[in-house]
Design a protein around this ligand. Structure first.
Ligand code: ZN
Length: 412
């Protein structure tokens, strides 16, 4: 693998001095200096480092690079582009996706999980980012999602399979192609015409086969699950996360809490479709479905939160009016429904890393982890909205490489 070609100075040590640094275990900020050496965080003795580039962060707040557990990086959020996607040549979609990946990274998201892309473009993008060929977040890619014949996502972001053995094979095919996460569809959804989001899809047996294959390869499984029965099938089958979780009843919430199943609510997705869909020109059947799910969705999230269900942040970026680079909107949605700013920040960093099984690589500012950092003008615990203000994001660092920065700098 080649080293990053985008920044020839990637190897020089960086020293971030004078900042307040987010401590995930205490869920608060403390004064500290942070060094990035060979792409990794060093906290001990970070105060003096001859030869390092010193970045003056006095009065600033440093958080871990943000993690979005549910994106579709091949989508812009432009409904017209989404409609044309089936007939747009692959190369064209790849070039466009590169700009979406860059926008996501520049907004402070240094890691994402891409839960479904036509032609498994997400896997190729993950390789291209890792090789330093394109700028973008570190990508855990599902390849294609796996859905039942005629199920949500079919013919586009998902491959069809019926029966446990076929699901098993479809999951193995994604893993063979290089998938580092698996997506199964346990219910209908909003964006496929003729598919009701309240109907379950795969049986528990089919889901269990998919989960088994993914877990054998140590990969996390996200289940698209909006319908109550689909959610319960997925939890029983042992998925790691329920994506969307629109219609959670008390029993489903209790099952998630007991088993430690994460909720990745993607509150932004139906919110945007309902509130901004018609003006953006998306079909009215989709807007109707958006409104249909919105109230239940928010209520489910509130109850799951109160019950202590594990929550990781995800947006479903790429769905209509859900744009790359605006991912932090989800944190506003979560806090508006009663989540504390500190918990929302954890859901988009350390807890997300836990779900994605990368807590030993990223998600907190700890010695030895990847130097993925975001430097902010304001305290996100006081105002989480600082994350959605591009001008308040003063620097983004990915694996010790400066992605963007307008902070003063000098040689140590
Ligand atoms: Zn999705």
């Amino acid at each position: 693998m080649t080293t990053a070609t985008l920044n020839p100075t990637a190897a020089s040590p960086l020293l971030f001095s004078g900042a307040m640094v987010f401590d995930s275990s205490a869920r608060s900020f403390r004064r500290a200096d942070v060094a990035a050496i060979d792409g990794h965080i060093q906290l001990e003795n970070a105060g003096s480092m001859p030869g390092a580039r010193r970045i003056d962060c006095t009065g600033k707040f440093i958080i871990p690079g943000l993690i979005d557990c549910h994106v579709h990086l091949t989508g812009s959020g432009d409904p017209a582009e989404l409609n044309a996607a089936r007939t747009t040549p692959l190369a064209q979609r790849a070039w466009r996706a590169e700009t979406y990946a860059r926008a996501t990274l520049h907004a402070g998201f240094t890691t994402v999980r891409d839960l479904g892309a036509a032609d498994r473009l997400n896997i190729e993008m993950a390789h291209a980012v890792a090789a330093g060929l394109i700028e973008g977040p570190r990508i855990l890619a599902a390849g294609l999602g796996v859905t039942m014949t005629g199920g949500h996502g079919h013919g586009f972001l998902a491959t069809e399979a019926d029966g446990a053995d076929a699901v098993r094979k479809a999951v193995r095919e994604q893993l063979r192609a290089g998938a580092t996460a698996i997506k199964l569809f346990a219910s209908g959804g909003v964006m496929t015409p003729g598919v009701d989001p309240r109907s379950p899809s795969f049986t528990e047996e089919e889901l269990r086969a998919g989960v088994e294959e993914a877990h054998k390869a140590f990969r996390p499984v996200g289940a698209h699950a909006q319908a109550t029965d689909g959610i319960k099938n997925a939890i029983r089958a042992g998925v790691d996360s329920i994506e969307h979780g629109v219609w959670l009843d008390d029993e489903a919430i209790e099952m998630m809490r007991e088993r430690g199943t994460y909720l990745v609510a993607t509150l932004t997705a139906p919110y945007q479709i309902a509130h901004r869909g018609l003006e953006a020109g998306i079909p009215s059947y989709m807007v109707d479905k958006g409104w249909q799910v919105l109230e239940s969705h928010q209520d489910s999230f509130r109850r799951a939160l109160q019950a202590g269900v594990r929550i990781a942040m995800g947006t479903d970026q790429g769905t209509p009016v859900n744009k790359p680079g605006e991912n932090a909107q989800e944190l506003l949605q979560m806090t508006a429904l009663g989540m504390s700013s500190g918990a929302a920040l954890m859901a988009a960093t350390a807890w997300a890393a836990g779900l994605l099984r990368i807590e030993g690589e990223a998600g907190s500012i700890s010695g030895g982890l990847a130097a993925d950092l975001v430097v902010l003008d304001g305290d996100p615990l006081e105002n989480i909205g600082v994350l959605t203000n591009q001008r308040a994001i003063r620097a983004v660092i990915q694996a010790g490489r400066i992605v963007r920065s307008d902070l003063p700098e000098n040689e140590d």
